[in-house]
Design a protein around this ligand. Structure first.
Ligand code: CMP
Length: 228
């Protein structure tokens, strides 16, 4: 199991620059956990003292209002870390995290995480870059939510899916959707009906193609033009 952990960590982007020795020191500090589809890992405002590394599956980071309406802030992919905010600023969890599918995680307790940061300044810089990228994305989403029309909002969500897609040359970029249309609409901040209508318009214009649970982004530039 230890070898298994080591090999997995080797593939985690954030850990790629650590030496074999450094990584081997990290392995015994990690605990393993598993979650069923729809299981909540933790809720917004819970106290939090654990860092998570997603090993397999997908989890969503959400905020919910008192009417139960949900906005999806991000879908975490294998290899990504989350739960660092409550540890770093000492405030409760900033959002709820729920498994979208059966997911496995590694966890690191607060003290080990803080010690690791102090002992590996190089690694900390890489983590700061990751957090900056997330802030950049969050800014784009805020700008889009306030300033864009429905076409812009849907375009922003589709563009955000691209890093998880597969390049198919002239055909475009194929993205397997981990989210339902309803959830993608929630991410865009539009109703499901509007999301589907805009998707159809993009499809008619030849900017995208839909194939069941997959979307093929055919002309990325069309979407970039619409998005903020
Ligand atoms: P924490 O606040 O401890 O718990 C919720 C986690 O979700 C948070 O740490 C981050 O890891 C993650 N998170 C919160 N907001 C965002 C966001 N806008 N984009 C990406 N990840 C987020």
């Amino acid at each position: 199991m230890t070898d298994d952990k080591y090999l997995m960590l080797r593939h985690v982007f954030l850990f790629q620059e650590l030496s074999a020795e450094e990584l081997k020191k990290l392995v015994p500090l990690l605990k393993e956990g598993g979650y069923r589809k729809n299981e909540v890992l933790f809720r917004a405002n819970d106290p939090g003292s654990t860092l998570f590394i997603l090993r397999s599956g997908r989890v969503k980071v959400t905020l919910t209002d008192r009417h139960g309406r949900e906005v999806i802030l991000r879908v975490m992919q294998p290899g990504e870390i989350f739960g660092e905010m409550a540890i770093l600023d000492g405030y409760p969890r900033s959002a709820t995290v729920t498994a979208l599918e059966k997911s496995q995680v590694f966890t690191l307790d607060r003290d080990s995480f803080l010690r690791f940061i102090q002992e590996h300044p190089h690694w900390s810089l890489k983590m700061l870059a990751t957090l900056s990228r997330r802030l950049r994305k969050a800014n784009e989403r805020i700008g889009s939510a306030i300033l864009s029309d429905a076409h812009g909002k849907v375009s922003r969500v589709l563009l955000d899916l691209i890093p998880d897609g597969e390049w198919e040359g002239k055909e475009g970029i194929r993205v397997r959707l981990a989210l339902t249309r309803q959830q993608l609409a929630a991410m865009a901040g539009v109703t499901r009906e509007t999301f589907i209508r805009v998707l159809k318009e993009f499809e008619r214009a030849g900017s995208i193609r839909t194939e069941g649970k997959e979307i093929i982004i055919v002309r990325q530039t069309d979407l970039s033009r619409e998005a903020l």
